[in-house]
Design a protein around this ligand. Structure first.
Ligand code: ADE
Ligand code: ZN
Length: 333
């Protein structure tokens, strides 16, 4: 296997709140006088045994209580970028969940200004270009998403797209059609988590009603042959997160993961980390895990890295520069 960390890649599906490492959770909690439900880092890590998406989300939202200030958001993002650099990430399109912070009494500006401060230094400090994607929590009412979109409008230049995440089952994309219409009218691109725990019908809705440029996860698309055909024809990218799918029991074992079958069906797949602090690995670790379990070839890994750039929201000339970088790196490996 080629060194997956040496392969230049883009990361297109990472929740910044999902990069909150246990030690940093405790550091922020202490600094901000927040009392956590766990006495130690070891006790917290002991709780990272998930049975489904909701069991993870419960802990994910609970840990966010430790994040209070602009400085916290800046340090959280900076720590991620530093780790991403060591994983060969050259470009990152990063999700954030403003509603999870607004409901704790933080202001939208605290969140965005902290993240933005880190991202502005990303290129010079870590050699990583970045973009922000604001996700709406699908288990909250659409009115809350609409209000969040209003808060974001003065920061339109800092946010490239809106997305949809949190508890999927029972919260179909159709619930958010109006807010996505408004977001697109305001100039945002759109993406959505769909087909992670939810059925293929949710992927169709994300495509047809929310007009997404990418589908996040999308692994359950494989259950619908018409959808597979459509995704292959349109080359709409899927941001697949293998370690996440195993840890959240979307698949039983990595050997059962559909990634290779998706690639063989002609789908434009990318590999990403989702919530790396919780799922046992960052993006290059995800590449290595699928290589081992699914008998991928080095060419498959290179294809996934190429897809990560072609599926990004960068302009074509910039994408090509990064793809040339892959070719250079492969020649050197
Ligand atoms: N929020 C953070 N990670 C998520 C995931 N894997 N699915 C849905 N919402 C999320
Ligand atoms: Zn996700």
């Amino acid at each position: 296997m080629i060194d997956t960390r040496a392969l230049p890649k883009a990361e297109l599906h990472v929740h910044i709140e999902g990069t909150f490492e246990p030690a940093q959770i405790f550091e922020f909690a202490q600094r901000n006088n927040v009392k956590l439900a766990y006495p130690s880092v070891a006790a917290l890590e002991e709780a990272y045994k998930f049975t489904d998406l909701q069991s993870f989300l419960n802990l994910y939202y609970a840990a966010m209580a430790a994040i209070r200030t602009e400085r916290d958001f800046e340090e959280l993002a900076t720590a991620y970028l530093q780790r991403a650099q060591s994983q060969g990430v050259k470009h990152a399109e990063i999700f954030f969940d403003p509603q999870a912070h607004l409901e704790r009494g933080l202001s939208f500006d605290t969140v965005i200004n902290g993240l933005w401060a880190a991202l502005q230094r990303s290129s010079s400090d870590f050699g990583i270009t970045t973009a922000l994607i604001m996700c709406f929590l699908r288990d909250q009412p659409e009115a809350s998403a609409m209000q969040t979109l209003e808060f974001a409008l003065p920061h339109r230049d800092k946010i490239i797209a809106v997305g949809l995440d949190s508890a999927e089952l029972g919260n179909p994309p159709s619930k958010f059609q109006a807010v996505f219409d408004r977001a697109r009218a305001a100039g945002f691109l759109t993406v959505a988590h769909a087909g992670e725990e939810g059925p293929p019908e949710y992927v169709w809705e994300a495509l047809n009603l929310l007009k997404v440029s990418r589908v996040d996860h999308g692994v359950r698309s494989m259950e619908d042959p018409m959808l597979v055909k459509h995704l292959a024809q349109t080359q709409i990218p899927l941001t697949v997160c293998p370690l996440s799918n195993v840890r959240l029991r979307v698949v039983d074992r990595m050997q059962d993961h559909p990634l290779k079958r998706m690639m063989d069906a002609g789908l434009r797949c990318t590999v990403n980390s989702d919530d790396p602090a919780y799922f046992g690995g960052y993006v290059a670790d995800n590449y290595s895990a699928v290589y081992d379990a699914l008998q991928l070839t080095d060419d498959d890994l290179v294809q996934l890295a190429r897809n990560s750039f072609t599926s990004s929201f960068m302009d074509d000339a910039t994408k090509q520069r990064y793809i040339d970088e892959i070719d250079g790196a492969v020649a050197a490996i």
